[in-house]
Design a protein around this ligand. Structure first.
Ligand code: B12
Length: 225
C-alpha cells in the first residue's frame, strides 16, 4: 500500500479506501480480464490536485477537450501499471457506480445535494479513478465515520440554491442548469455552487480557479469536481 500511496501522492492524489469484492458479486474485470478481487479508489480531498493538473495542462501542446479526464487517465493508467492494477474512471460510460463504491470504501453517506459528505473534507472532495486488483487487497474500513449532515442545524445547503434545485428528495439538474445559463446564474458560474458553498464544513474548499473550472465543466454536462 505504501508504494501505491507514494505513486498517488506524486500527483496530489490519495487512496480513498477500498474493499474486497464478495465472491458472488459482479465485479468489473481486473488486469487479467477475470472479475477483479479488490478495488482501491483514488481521488482528492480539497484542491491538492490543482497545481499538478495545471502544470500538466500548461505543458500540453493543445488543450484536450476534457482536460481533467485526460489528466486522470494519463496519471492513473501509469500508477496502475506501476502497481499491477487496471484503472477505471468515473467518466467512462456506462458509468461505474463510484458513489456506491465510495460509500462502501469510506463509509460515507450522501448530503442533501447528492454529493457524499466526508467527515474531514466536507463536500470538497472527488474521485478521479479506481484501481482494480486481481488479488485481495485488504484495507481497514473506517469504523462508522461521523455523518456531519446528521448534526447540522438548519441545513443551510438546502436553502442556498437560487434555482431551488435542492430538495430533500433529489438534486434537480435541469433547474440548476436552467439558471446557470442565464444572467442570474452569474454568481454561481463565478463563485461556484451556492448550495455546496452553503455547507459550513468548508476548510478544504477548492480555490477560485478550480471552482470556476468545475462549474464551467458542469455547464457543459461534464461531472466530476
Ligand atoms: C452524471 C453525473 C452528474 C450529472 C448528474 C445527472 C443526474 N442527475 O443523473 C451532472 C453533470 C449534473 C453532475 C453534476 C455534478 N457532479 Co456528478 N457525476 C455524474 C457521474 C459521472 C455519473 C453518475 C451516475 O449515474 N453513476 C452511475 C450509478 C450507477 O452510480 P451510483 O454510485 O449508484 O450513483 C449515485 C449517483 O448517481 C448519485 N446521484 C444521483 N443523482 C445525482 C446528482 C448529483 C448532482 C450528484 C453529485 C450525485 C447524484 O446517486 C446514486 C446513488 O448513490 C458521477 C461519476 C460516477 N461514475 O458515478 C459523477 C459524480 C457523482 N459527480 C460528482 C460531482 C462532484 C458533481 C458536481 C458537484 C461537480 C461540479 N461542481 O460541477 C456537480 C453537482 C452540481 C453542483 N451543484 O455543483 C462526484 C461526486 C463526488 C462526491 N463527493 O460525492 C462524482 C462521483 C464524480 C467524481 N469524479 O467524483 N454529475
Amino acid at each position: 500500500m505504501s508504494r501505491l500511496a507514494n505513486a498517488l501522492a506524486e500527483h496530489g492524489l490519495i487512496a480513498r479506501g477500498g474493499f474486497v469484492f464478495a465472491d458472488d458479486e459482479d465485479a468489473p474485470p481486473g488486469l487479467s480480464g477475470k472479475p477483479a478481487r479488490s478495488i482501491v479508489l483514488a481521488g482528492h480531498g480539497g484542491g491538492t490536485i490543482w497545481p499538478h493538473f495545471k502544470a500538466w495542462l500548461d505543458a500540453q501542446p493543445a488543450s484536450p477537450a476534457d482536460p481533467l479526464d485526460a489528466w486522470s487517465k494519463e496519471v492513473l493508467d501509469s500508477v496502475a501499471t506501476r502497481v499491477g492494477a487496471r484503472a477505471v474512471f468515473p467518466f467512462e460510460k456506462p458509468y461505474w457506480p463510484f458513489q456506491q463504491w465510495a460509500m462502501r470504501a469510506e463509509g460515507l453517506r450522501p448530503s442533501p445535494l447528492g454529493i457524499l459528505m466526508h467527515p474531514e473534507f466536507g463536500l470538497w472532495h472527488a474521485y478521479r479513478g479506481a484501481l482494480l486488483f486481481d488479488i485481495d487487497i485488504k484495507i481497514q474500513a473506517p469504523a462508522n465515520p461521523i455523518h456531519l449532515c446528521d448534526l447540522c442545524d438548519g441545513k443551510p445547503c438546502m436553502n442556498a440554491c437560487p434555482a431551488k434545485a435542492v430538495s430533500g428528495a433529489a438534486f434537480d439538474v435541469s433547474c440548476c442548469l436552467g439558471l446557470l445559463r442565464t444572467e442570474d446564474g452569474g454568481t454561481c458560474r463565478r463563485d461556484g455552487c451556492l448550495a455546496r458553498s452553503g455547507c459550513p464544513h468548508d476548510r478544504h474548499r477548492y480555490g477560485p480557479e478550480q471552482i470556476a473550472f468545475h462549474m464551467a465543466a458542469h455547464l457543459r454536462g461534464i461531472a466530476g469536481g
